[in-house]
Every structure is written in C-alpha cells, then in structure tokens.
Design a protein around this ligand. Structure first.
Ligand SMILES: Cc1cc2nc3c(=O)[nH]c(=O)nc-3n(C[C@H](O)[C@H](O)[C@H](O)COP(=O)(O)OP(=O)(O)OC[C@H]3O[C@@H](n4cnc5c(N)ncnc54)[C@H](O)[C@@H]3O)c2cc1C
Length: 465
C-alpha cells in the first residue's frame, strides 16, 4: 500500500478505465518503463464514450513513433480517414495528416496491443474507492471480483471521475457557456466520405460532421443556459437530412484538474478535463500528456515525490491553458446575432491572447514562435499549438491590424498566378489519388502491408553472411 509521505518508488500502475485514454496511458507508461507492472481494470460490459474521434496532427508521430504502433497494421484495423486531404473522398497522403478514428475499432486495436505488450486487462467493475482522511491519496480500489493494490493509480473513468472525485484536487472551470451536446451516427457511402472535420455554426452552438470508415458521426454542441434540450435537438434534426442512429446526450463542465496528479493518483482523458471539442484536442492531448507522465516517471527513477507531481501538474496546466486560448480566439469576433453569440464573444481571454492581438495589430503576422517574447524575456509560446497557427486564426476570424492598413500588402498578380497553379497541381494530384473505397475495399492496404514486411525482411541483416 502506498505510504503517505509519497516519496515512494512506483513499481506498479493500475489504470482504472479502459476507454481510449486509459489504454493509451497504459501503453505510454509501458513504452519506456519495461520493469513496471501495468494493468487496466475496466468494466468491459460498459462501452467507452462513443463520440466520434477527430484528432490533430501531433497524434501521428505519437502513435507510430512514440508508441511504436505499426502503421500498416493501424491502417488494416482502424481504417482511419485522413483529415484535411485535398479533395472529397481522395486519399492524398501528406505527411502527418491527422486521423478520424472509427468508434470501436481504435479501442479494439489498443486492447490487442496491451495484450501483446504485457499490460494486463482485467474485466471488473470498480465499486469501492477509499481515500485517507485528508483525501490526499487513494487507500483502496476494489471491484466486484478483487482489490487492486498499486503504487500509482490512473483515473481514466471518463466523466465519472471515480477516483479524482474522491480526492482533494483543484478543478478549474472555464467560463464558457457551451456545456452539452447531442451526438448521433448516420449511414454513409464510403464514396461520400468527407476528409475533413466539418464545423458549422448554429443558433446556440455549433454542429460537427466527422466521417469515418464505418459511419458519419454528427453532433450539436450547445449551451443549455440559452436553449432547452428539446429545442436544441429540434434544431439539430432540422439541420441534417440523415436519419439519426445511436442518439446520445452529453453534459460537461468545461475545465480541468490543475492538480492532475494528487498523491498516488493521476487523471487522464475525460476524467482529467474537457473543453468543448471545437479543435479536436482531447485524445491527442491526453496521449501527449501520458507520454510526458511516462517519461517523467522513468527520468525520476520512478520516485513519486512532490517535485515530480508539481512538475507534471505545471505541464498539464500549461497544456490546458493553451487549448483554452486557442478555442477562445474562435469566438472573439463572432457576430452577436443573439444572446448566446453575444455571450460567446465575451468569454474571457488570457493575457497571452491579449498580447498576441496587440502584437498582430502593431506588427501583423509573426511566423517564428521563438521571436515572440515578453518584456521579461519569457516566451509566449503555447504548449499545444504553434503560435504561428494562432496568427492565422486571429486573421481568419476577423482581427484587424493597423500594420496592414498602413502598409501596402496587396498581393501581386504574379503571386496570385503561382497560387492558382499550386492549387491546380494539388487538385490534379487529388484526382489521380485513390478514393477511400479503393483504399479500403480493393486490398491495397493489405498489399501495402505485405510489401512493407517483405521489404523489412529483405532489408534485415542476413545472419548467414
Ligand atoms: C461531445 C463530445 C465530443 C467529443 N469529440 C472529440 C473529438 O472530436 N476528438 C477527441 O479527441 N475527443 C473528443 N471527445 C472526447 C472523447 O470522448 C475522449 O477523448 C475519448 O473518448 C477518451 O475518453 P476516455 O477514455 O477518457 O473516457 P471513456 O471513453 O468514457 O472511458 C471510460 C472507461 O471507464 C470505464 N469505467 C467507468 N466506470 C467504471 C467502473 N466503475 N469500473 C470499471 N471501469 C469503469 C468505462 O467502461 C470506460 O471504458 C469528445 C467528447 C464529447 C463529450
């Protein structure tokens, strides 16, 4: 049992919750800590969150390089849709394009990988979580079948937050009215796959469409303070032509645990935090944070002490502040067409965003993150998104810049022509590329995997020579 002084060595980790975030955390911990006992306890009868999973670019190297998930096997089993390719239904491989993940398929692959990598999967329902008198560490986690002792627990129980709820941990709520969502799936023909996360604004929030191999994933994120659930659902149904299946409603309190690691318990996934999903940040960010946890544990000799926890919690806070900043900029220049949009315009922005806006006004774009420093010399950089992408966002959302008003930045005919040619080239490329139907139904992926393994065998050193 963990001791209260918390300077103890961690030799066993129990992840409670086997949704995507929990399994990714277990695999991340395993990746650089081969000596640790790692297990995941999940009530496998209960399905993980079924919301469609759009990711952002960082997920690609995290999955394939850091977690060493073979790309060919990933294509065969998960059948992702590449997000942001050049044309509808075209498989155009740009490096590091993010994925749309099919509900269920990804989780299944992660379970298989756990089995192969010595991460025990235990099917049990956790029914008893006890903490010490101060609620600063977890004393006991028990399920219907067994008691689960561990030096470190990871709470990955989604919005239930079974362990974190029992601990004395600071939770920071974001002051943003969006707090509910309807989610549904619909059938679609693979030929109609849209390789982009489509977002459109509604009366009281925004709609999403995330096409995956198996179906079309649809949702409406809205503010329950401004519209009733019935009206929101009616607006959602009126917005789409498809017949909805698997309709579900989610409620959330946008925010995160500033004390993501308390005593002997770390949170991940929806148990750690959630913000309305406009930028598809959740899963990728959770994976990144789990990799951080894993590496910090290894580098710290697996000693769980206050210094390690503070360092990790600082990183988590920086990450979530970055995500909030990025999201908040989307609403700053919204048209205040009703009370909801007026309130969204007024959501608080951080000092960092105010400085970016002032900088953009005075100087226009700043493409080199490292050059944006405060008077104190500290960087304004964001942990999750490059600051350069923030400037594009600020501009595209409608920020004005005195710098561009006072200087002539009109685009020359020559540049416009080059841009036109470049777009034509990308379109031609897309026309020549395989459609999703061809990619997934023709056996191309299987052939690719066979060739890759044949190539790997041929390239391997020959022990006879
Ligand atoms: C409206 C909405 C839209 C979203 N869109 C995106 C998006 O586009 N991109 C993105 O990256 N993320 C998105 N998310 C977040 C997404 O849900 C999570 O990133 C992802 O599903 C990981 O969830 P999780 O593993 O933390 O929790 P869950 O998937 O809920 O998993 C929790 C697990 O805990 C287990 N469990 C619970 N109680 C017990 C118990 N008592 N005993 C044992 N096991 C238990 C459950 O069985 C389950 O497997 C969205 C979320 C919402 C609400």
């Amino acid at each position: 049992m963990p001791q209260e002084n918390m300077g103890d060595e961690v030799s066993s980790v129990t992840v409670v919750g086997g949704g995507d975030a929990g399994l990714l955390a277990a695999l991340a911990v395993r990746s650089v800590n081969p000596g640790l006992d790692v297990r995941v306890v999940d009530d496998f009868a209960e399905s993980p969150t079924r919301v469609g999973k759009s990711t952002f670019q960082a997920v690609v190297p995290l999955l394939h390089d850091v977690l060493d998930i073979d790309e060919g096997r990933f294509l065969q089993t998960v059948r992702p849709v590449w997000k942001g390719s050049a044309a509808a239904n075209a498989y155009v491989m740009y490096p590091n394009m993010a994925y749309h993940l099919s509900i269920g398929r990804f989780n299944e692959l992660l379970r298989e990988l756990c089995g192969e990598r010595d991460v025990a999967l235990v099917d049990d329902r956790v029914t008893d979580v006890r903490t010490n008198d101060d609620d600063t560490y977890v004393e006991r986690v028990a399920g219907e079948d067994a008691v689960y002792d561990a030096d470190l627990y990871v709470d990955a129980t989604g919005f239930k937050r079974l362990l974190m709820d029992r601990l004395d941990a600071d939770y920071r709520s974001f002051d943003i009215p969006l707090d509910a969502a309807f989610h549904a799936t619909a059938d679609h023909d693979i030929e109609d796959t849209v390789p982009a996360t489509v977002v459109e604004s509604g009366e009281y929030g925004w709609f999403w469409q995330i096409d995956t191999y198996d179906h079309r994933d649809l949702g409406y994120v809205y503010s329950s303070e401004h519209v009733s659930d019935d009206e929101a659902l009616a607006e959602f149904e009126a917005h789409r032509e498809e017949v909805f299946a698997d309709l579900e409603r989610y409620e959330f309190d946008s925010g995160f645990y500033e004390d993501a690691w308390v005593g002997n318990c770390v949170a991940t996934g929806n148990a750690l935090g959630f913000i309305e999903p406009l930028q598809s940040t959740a899963l990728t960010t959770h994976l990144n944070t789990s990799v951080r946890l894993s590496r910090q544990l290894a580098a710290h000799g697996h000693i769980n002490d206050a210094g390690l926890r503070e360092s990790f919690n600082r990183y988590v806070t920086g990450t979530w502040n970055s995500v909030y900043d990025f999201i908040s900029v989307h609403y700053l220049f919204a048209d205040a067409v009703n009370d909801f949009w007026a309130d969204m315009r007024d959501i608080p922005t951080s000092d960092r965003i105010d400085q970016y806006l002032a900088y953009y006004d005075a100087n226009g774009f700043e493409l080199y993150d490292s050059e944006v420093v405060t008077e104190e010399g500290t960087q304004l950089g964001m942990l999750t998104f490059p600051t350069s992408s923030l400037y594009f966002l600020i501009r595209n959302m409608g920020a004005e810049s005195t710098f561009y008003e006072e200087h002539d930045f009109s685009v020359s005919g020559e540049i416009k022509e080059r841009w036109r040619q470049r777009n034509g080239y990308v379109k031609d490329l897309a026309d020549q590329c395989l459609s999703y139907e061809q990619v997934y139904k023709s056996g191309v992926v299987d052939a690719y995997v066979r060739n890759e393994s044949a190539f790997a065998q041929a390239a391997a050193p020959n022990p006879q020579s």
